[in-house]
Ligand binder design. Structure first.
Ligand code: ZN
Ligand code: ZN
Length: 892
């Protein structure tokens, strides 16, 4: 059976057994920013399992695309070195939401494996959780397995939990016997193989059935769930390999064609050399992850999901170089993957061009990185002299890596070729540098700012610690508050006092002012004290999330420790709220209209407009823009409440990828919900209900980079003004045309058609005119040394007209020399034409040059046709007279 057939057989089997077939959800989890990528079939059903969400079915089956990369669960460096590690894979699953439980789950699994797939039942064993007597008994009665073929395993292997608290339960796995000829460490040590419990490959886990049976509370106590559920997962690549009699997933028909493509391209033979084989597998695997991730809207970048994608792509490119592929090649993988999987995942076909473009661009950028690095390596080796067994400086390797993004192993390889070595010292220095860099990154992340002067940083830090407790942001609830003025700072120094005319940074113990973040720009407002008044012109974060106001003192003065009243500019804030809520609505509408591959790539929220960058391959059609506007305005009219919930992100921060790439989320994050339409993680200020947005209008749509589009949009009165302005323009046009606005487009089209017609007629007239003038001029032809020469001036003809005239004259002469000139707007144009028989003796280029120079200009061209120009019309007649002279001189 092919992989595609197995996928379909699985889904069909469960459909036959009352399950609803549910499509794979995107790799970027919908509405869950705590998870890097979708990594299991149950991800899209999480809310259903938790009882937060209801679906109109209680049994589901899916084939879920998954990516595991980075974080605790998958070591990227292992992929390609083993038979089964992948970044991208497909997970077959069946799910029961409080419907059937263990007996059916076990029966389905057994029936499908031994019936539909026809696996030899003698090669199967099951494992159950130590205490799970139910499952043990069921495997005996349903599958007829003897006691010796059911293993009881502990919590580590056979107990599953969604998190520290929440649904959990025992699980049960089905294992397949690959063969006893495979190596086993136990056997090598003189002990028997442990079977399914063994680390070796003799028994392979193919299906995991999770029995969600308990709820675990914070104290760790388990209480039975009223309606237990089922979640199962079977890796498609693995079961395909088993059914196809292959011991490596890479030999299954899902991956082997990709391996072969890479092998052909690089001129290698798979299986000939282990090092090359690793590279071939790496590229096969990473091409799938790259294609699917970009297809689902991830863009290679230095942040979060984009960074993980970039790492995967660069690892593939590095292995490509190892195989001798120096030209961009990974983009070809998009079509290879499309060939194998395009039928099951039509988005690969639909998004093909965008994906290819994004991959190519990343490959070209990486090639530049490599070039930079190579130059540095050359400089290094030139400065150091021959390597001859010397140790590579770890600091140099680190600089290459840190500053240029040059991969360490590649640098090592290149240096090794020149006789350099990696020693313990190299590694020790590298580790030191890496630790120092991590320290810097931690400091940066803690202060939430980059590139700030250390003194200033220390100052903010000091103010913050003197505060004793966290500064209070009260801007979600109110726009005005009394506060204590804690510090006045000018030019990075505490100043204690400020007077009229000063511009200072003000730090308060509490403030309603929103500091610029998450795309939303900072608040402005007023500051009033006992003896002074100031204008808040900007609000931003400094130090470790310290809110700082930039204040222009207008009257009197301020001093530290005085009581002040702070007020945020309310209409401006209202504009910010409208455009921020508008941004969320737009994001959700884009995903509904264009597809779930749309993800935010950047955003700006201002009081009078918003800008939203997102991944999408094509420009938006008018119809799509209208649909998006309609969807948003529908939500506005529905007047849906905008609600928020605070949530813990500690767990998310602990996951390697987030911490490593310095995501700047606080410990508590706000989840903003707009009914069922939109859910986003966001700290911004939002409307209470969508109706306050008033009206939404897309003003502009365009491209910012390959695969990234930008929308500029307006909400509220800014949207009304935009429409009013456009309406005014339309009315003005209609006024000029003296018709109704509705008729304007048709009338304009008609006018343009008429204009084109007139232009054509005019051109025809000009040609006719030139012809009749040519007649006149031909009669003025003079014979110089037996050559017919025409030199004439016709003002009002531009260069094109003159050329047409010169052509006609030349034809009329049959054999001869023509030089015509004309003046338009005081400037001279010149054209010379010479018949073929005379070009050797009288090159037109030379003639034009002579005449143009005589009029103070320049000219040149081919021997048969040349043109020139001059600024001074007063010299033209004299210059033209030289034509006969020149011909005479050439002939002599
Ligand atoms: Zn073993
Ligand atoms: Zn937001």
């Amino acid at each position: 059976m092919t992989g595609a057939e197995i996928r379909e057989a699985f889904l069909k089997y469960f459909e036959r057994n009352g399950h609803t077939r549910v499509s794979s959800s995107p790799l970027v989890p919908v509405g869950d920013q705590t998870l890097l990528f979708t990594n299991a079939g149950m991800v899209q059903f999480k809310g259903v399992f938790l009882g937060e969400e209801r679906r109109d079915y209680v049994r589901a089956t899916s084939c879920q695309k998954c990516v595991r990369a980075g974080g605790k669960h998958n070591d990227l460096e292992n992929v390609g070195r083993t038979a089964r590690h992948h970044t991208f894979f497909e997970m077959l699953g069946n799910f029961s939401f409080g419907d059937y439980f263990k007996p059916d789950a076990i029966r389905f699994a057994w029936e499908f494996l031994t019936g539909d797939l026809g696996l030899d039942r003698r090669r199967l064993k099951a494992t159950v959780f130590t205490d799970d007597d139910d499952a043990f008994t069921l495997w005996k009665s349903v599958a007829g397995l003897g006691d010796d073929r059911i293993l009881r395993l502990g919590e580590k292997d056979n107990f599953w939990a969604m998190g520290d608290t929440g649904p959990c339960g025992p699980c049960s796995e089905v294992h397949f016997h690959q063969g006893d000829d495979l190596p086993c460490a136990e056997v090598a040590a003189g002990r028997p193989c442990l079977g399914p419990a063994c680390e070796c490959d003799r028994w392979l886990e193919i299906w995991n059935l999770v029995f969600m049976q308990f709820n675990r509370d914070a104290s760790g106590a388990l209480t039975p769930l009223p309606r237990p559920s089922i979640d199962t997962g079977m890796g498609l690549e693995r079961i395909a390999a088993v059914l196809q009699g292959k011991r490596s997933n890479y030999d299954s028909d899902l991956l082997a064609p990709l391996v072969q493509h890479v092998a052909r391209l690089s001129g290698k033979r798979y299986g000939a050399d282990e090092d090359a084989d690793v590279s071939l597998r790496v590229i096969a695997d990473h091409a799938r992850a790259t294609t699917f991730l970009i297809g689902d809207g991830v863009v290679p970048s230095n942040e979060w999901r984009g960074y993980v994608l970039r790492r995967i792509m660069r690892r593939a490119m590095r292995h490509g170089r190892k195989l001798g592929l120096t030209e961009p090649f990974l983009w070809r993988g998009v079509d290879w993957v499309g060939e194998v999987m395009g039928r099951a995942y039509p988005e690969l076909v639909r998004e093909r061009d965008r994906i290819v473009e994004a991959v190519r661009q990343e490959e070209e950028q990486f090639a530049k990185t490599l070039d930079h690095g190579m130059r540095r390596i050359d400089e290094y080796t030139a400065a150091q002299g021959a390597g001859a067994g010397r140790a590579i400086d770890g600091r140099f390797l680190f600089t290459l890596y840190d500053t240029f993004g040059f991969p360490r192993d590649l640098a090592e390889e290149i240096l090794a070729d020149q006789g350099w070595q990696v020693t313990d010292e190299t590694n020790a220095t590298w580790d030191q540098e890496m630790e120092a860099q991590r320290e810097r990154a931690r400091a940066r992340a803690a202060f939430g700012v980059d590139g700030e002067a250390p003194e200033a940083l220390a100052l903010y830090q000091h103010v913050q610690s003197a505060l004793g407790r966290p500064q209070q942001f009260v801007g979600y609830e109110t726009l005005t508050t009394p506060a204590t003025l804690l510090a006045l700072i000018a030019d990075g120094r505490r100043v204690g006092e400020a007077t009229a005319g000063d511009e200072v940074e003000v730090i308060l113990d509490r403030t309603p002012g929103y500091a610029e973040s998450g795309g939303q720009i900072g608040d402005t407002g007023t500051l009033v004290g006992r003896g002074g008044q100031g204008e808040i012109v900007d609000t931003y974060y400094r130090g470790s999330k310290l809110i700082v106001h930039r204040v222009k003192v207008r009257q009197g003065g301020f001093h530290e420790n005085e009581e002040v009243a702070v007020a945020v500019d309310s209409p401006r804030r209202q504009g910010l709220r409208q455009h921020h809520t508008g941004t969320h609505l737009l994001h959700a509408a884009l995903r509904r209209v264009l597809g779930t591959h749309v993800t935010q790539a950047g955003s700006l929220v201002a009081p009078d407009h918003l800008r939203f960058d997102f991944s999408h391959g094509a420009s938006l059609k008018d119809r799509e823009v209208e649909q998006i506007e309609e969807l948003v305005n529908e939500q506005v009219q529905a007047n849906t409440p905008v609600t928020y919930r605070e949530m813990d992100l500690d767990a998310a921060l602990a996951a390697g990828a987030i911490a490593l790439f310095g995501e700047k989320y606080g410990d508590r994050v706000r989840v903003i919900r707009i009914g069922d339409f939109s859910t986003e993680l966001c700290g911004g200020t939002h409307l209470d209900v969508t109706g306050q947005l008033g009206f939404f209008k897309i003003a502009e749509e365009g491209a910012v980079a390959a695969g990234v589009r930008r929308i500029e949009a307006v909400a509220g009165s800014a949207a009304v003004e935009t429409v009013a302005r456009r309406d005014r323009v339309l009315r003005e046009i209609a006024d000029i045309l003296r018709i109704s606005p509705e008729d304007a487009p048709q009338r304009l089209r008609k006018l343009l058609d008429e204009q084109k017609l007139l232009e054509r007629q005019l051109a025809e007239m000009e040609t006719k005119l030139a012809r009749s003038k040519a007649e006149d001029l031909v009669s003025t032809a003079r014979q110089v040394n037996g050559v017919a020469v025409v030199a004439g001036r016709i003002d009002g003809l531009d260069a094109d007209g003159l050329r047409a005239l010169a052509d006609t004259l030349r034809d009329r002469l049959g054999s001869g020399i023509v030089c015509v000139a004309g003046v338009v707007d005081g400037k001279v144009s010149l054209v010379a034409a010479v018949t073929r028989d005379l070009t050797k003796r009288f090159p037109a280029g030379k003639l034009v040059q002579e005449v143009a120079q005589a009029a103070g200009g320049r000219g040149g061209g081919r021997p048969d046709l040349a043109q020139g120009g001059a600024p001074d019309a007063s010299q033209l007649d004299a210059a033209l007279a030289r034509v006969y002279d020149w011909v005479g001189r050439q002939g002599a």
